[in-house]
Design a binder for this molecule. Sequence first.
Ligand code: MN
Length: 292
Amino acid sequence: MKLCRFDQNRLGVVFGDRVHDVTEVLEHLPPLRWPVAPGDHFIRHFAALKGSLTHAAEQREGRPVSSVSLLSPVANPSKIIAAPVNYAKHVAEARADVGINFGTDVKTIDHYGLFLKSNTSLVGPAEGVRLPEGDRRVDHEVEVVVVIGEECEGVAEKHALDVVFGYCLGLDMSVRGTEDRSWRKSYDSFTVLGPHLVTADEIPDPSDLHMSLNVNRSVRQDASTSALIFDIPRLISYASAAYRLYPGDVIMTGTPEGVGPVEPGDLIVAKGAGLGELAVRVRRRAREERAA
Ligand code: MN
């Protein structure tokens, strides 16, 4: 099943290029009481809603996906986990480009571990990426994104795919510089997820998922998850050894080679095998946008 969130927090099921509004099914979610459990309330209860979602989607007339404003398909992750330098060719380009490494020694994921991005950096394609003040270089990073389906910890690699709810495309937008990754990659709008969330049953084997990214129709990134240094099961195991994972938690698996800067007005289009196409516009820098 392909799930999306659109317009004013509508829930949709996507068939082909049409979205079917199934928001009414959310009425069946149990009421939330303070304190709210960590994680995404919808994904936590998805299994109980699945039949109703399918039924509602078949009953409802669809509309073109292109006619709606797509928000992040995951609304409330308890955390956004991300893998640094997880493709060998990206390690090589980072070592070769002082505009990426800023004179620092680029090490590997074994050395760095994982990092966290702010939850408030999360947006959907329709919201756009907003560049920060000044003239700092901001790069695109296309990544395959894993969304966790259940509460778990200490997950063994061989069971890791069992805890996956689904997959989507993601952009890990990054200011280049020497600050900590959690600072440089957590600006508002620096985590773009979409276009929809594909449940894991549609992607039984994520070990060779092709992805690409173009800017203004010029191809910048083109690779497969087969080139990951830490593959998806290992990333889940690695993350869950440190962090308890909750439904809706996001794991950004790392970007392949081809990262590069974006400018206001650019159109970034990411594509992934079975994951659809995510198109997002780069907005003006924060101060100019406020002044406009
Ligand atoms: Mn990244």
